[in-house]
Design a binder for this molecule. Structure first.
Ligand SMILES: Cc1ncc(COP(=O)(O)O)c(C=O)c1O
Length: 456
């Protein structure tokens, strides 16, 4: 009996191991293929392939986007607000695009979405409209981890004697929940917080943050910008009230969109934005929009749908995921992001293993042991070398990576203080590869040797 159980356990174990090997290979196969959809990824400079590692600032676009923008100019280039067919088709395109954005982030439908200039603009709009009903003496919370886009608009409210509290991070740059509890005891009206850090790649626990805020009676405004290019977002599961996203980081054109939870607004008697929304569901889309960009955004969602198709064609499945029973269009679009996040874990593990061998490296954010709590966004410094010196040397070697504070100003001031609040950031997305990482570390080793020789 013992021998039989043992044998079947061994068989089960090896089968499981085999399945996950297959899954890892299917993910690799799927995402290496995504590169073929991006004409700009094959560029070279001075005979070397360009390594594009600035994805957290803005991603490349696929042929789907390029085709959509071209198609817009040929077939639907018109102004809104009248009755001829081309106008009607263009207006319908905008509604369709809003619906795709709703599918991507898990909103109820297109009525909860508005397009706009960018995410920063949405935070300013939210601060302006929500701020109108705040009184002198009210409290709101912003975080030390956030990009300044979700900091500055709220700081402006301090000019009206609204108390703006900075929720601290710990030494690793993670939000400190003990401090959060203390701040929530003040019964703040609002919490403005990022879903993931664009500097450290740390994923914040949005459902927990939101549940705690709501218990204290506060609304939550989420900065979904960084998370949306890496994970399947679900604004309903996270229960955020307002959010903003940048389409150009989700493989689309330079624009943004906002999410507004209508149910929450209905419960908020007295928030003036509710009445505005009742009059015009696209209150935030005042004036003319970037039609060609919105059409290009549709292309970026077509790209994601293609990735899901490719993944499923390679045997991957969403059956055991939260997307298993989602509506077809959400399944297609957010599905790609689910698979992307799974695949990016391979990139993260590989990158962190290689980085650990670099002498004098100071990494910010989650370590290899907590890799599942982070995105493949790596900010680090090398002892004894100025950050910008690294950036220039990498540029000379055809590596496009960012140095500075990436406008996560408070966070980088805290974490990288000995380096003047600045670090080198290598930010990857699903179209980057293990081979690119290896190529990078080969070049980086040479760059460091050369720089250290100069210093000595
Ligand atoms: C986390 C985060 N929030 C907000 C922004 C600003 O986005 P936008 O350029 O769409 O205003 C950025 C841009 O890098 C970001 O990384």
């Amino acid at each position: 009996m013992f021998a039989t159980v043992n044998k079947s356990f061994v068989l089960y174990f090896f089968q499981r191991k085999d399945d996950s090997m297959n899954e890892a290979q299917a993910l690799k196969h799927t995402f290496e293929h995504t590169r073929t959809y991006f004409p700009s990824l094959g560029n070279s400079y001075k005979g070397r392939p360009v390594l594009f590692f600035d994805n957290s600032a803005g991603a490349q676009v696929s042929q789907f986007v390029i085709d959509r923008v071209t198609d817009y100019y040929i077939h639907r280039n018109a102004q809104k607000g009248t009755i001829f067919t081309r106008t009607a088709e263009m207006q319908q395109t905008i509604v369709d695009a809003r619906q795709l954005a709703a599918d991507l982030v898990g909103a109820t439908d297109h009525t909860e979405i508005a397009f706009g200039q960018n995410a920063t603009n949405f935070f300013h709009l939210y601060a302006h409209h929500l701020g109108r009903d705040l009184q002198a003496g009210d409290h709101i919370i912003i975080t030390e981890a956030d990009h300044h886009a979700n900091v500055n608009p709220w700081m402006e409210l301090a000019e009206r004697d609204i108390h703006v509290h900075l929720w601290n991070v710990d030494a690793q740059g993670s939000l400190d929940f003990d401090h959060y509890e203390q701040l929530l005891a003040l019964k703040p009206k609002l919490v403005a917080v990022g879903w993931a850090s664009n500097a450290t790649g740390t994923i914040h626990d949005m459902p927990r943050i939101t549940a705690m805020a709501h218990r204290a009676g506060a609304l939550v405004v989420a900065d979904g910008v960084q998370a949306a290019s890496h994970i399947a977002m679900d604004v309903k599961a996270a229960d955020v009230d307002f959010a903003a996203f940048s389409t150009y980081k989700i493989f689309g054109p330079h624009m943004g969109f906002g999410y507004v939870n209508r149910d929450r607004l209905e419960r908020l008697e007295g928030w003036r934005i509710q009445h505005e929304l009742e009059r015009d569901s696209y209150f935030f889309e005042v004036g003319s929009q970037n039609h060609e960009g919105i059409e290009g955004f549709i292309g970026s969602m077509e790209y994601l749908a293609q990735v899901t198709k490719d993944a499923e064609g390679n045997g991957l499945s969403l059956d055991k995921t939260p997307l298993a029973n989602s509506r077809p269009s959400r399944h297609e679009i957010a599905g790609a992001m689910h698979f992307a996040h799974e695949y990016e874990q391979q990139l993260t593990d590989h990158f962190l293993a290689k980085l650990a061998d670099v002498e004098g490296v100071v990494l910010y954010g989650k370590s290899a042991e907590q890799a599942d709590e982070r995105l493949p966004v790596f900010s680090f410094n090398i002892e004894g070398i100025e950050t910008d010196t690294l950036g220039h040397a990498l540029n000379d070697a055809s590596i496009e990576a960012r140095t500075g504070n990436y406008l996560a100003i408070n966070l980088m001031k805290r974490l990288a203080e000995p380096f003047g609040g600045s670090a080198l950031r290598i930010s990857l997305v699903h179209y980057n590869t293990v081979e690119e990482i290896d190529l990078f570390f080969g070049i980086f080793a040479q760059v460091l040797t050369d720089l250290k020789m100069k210093v000595d």
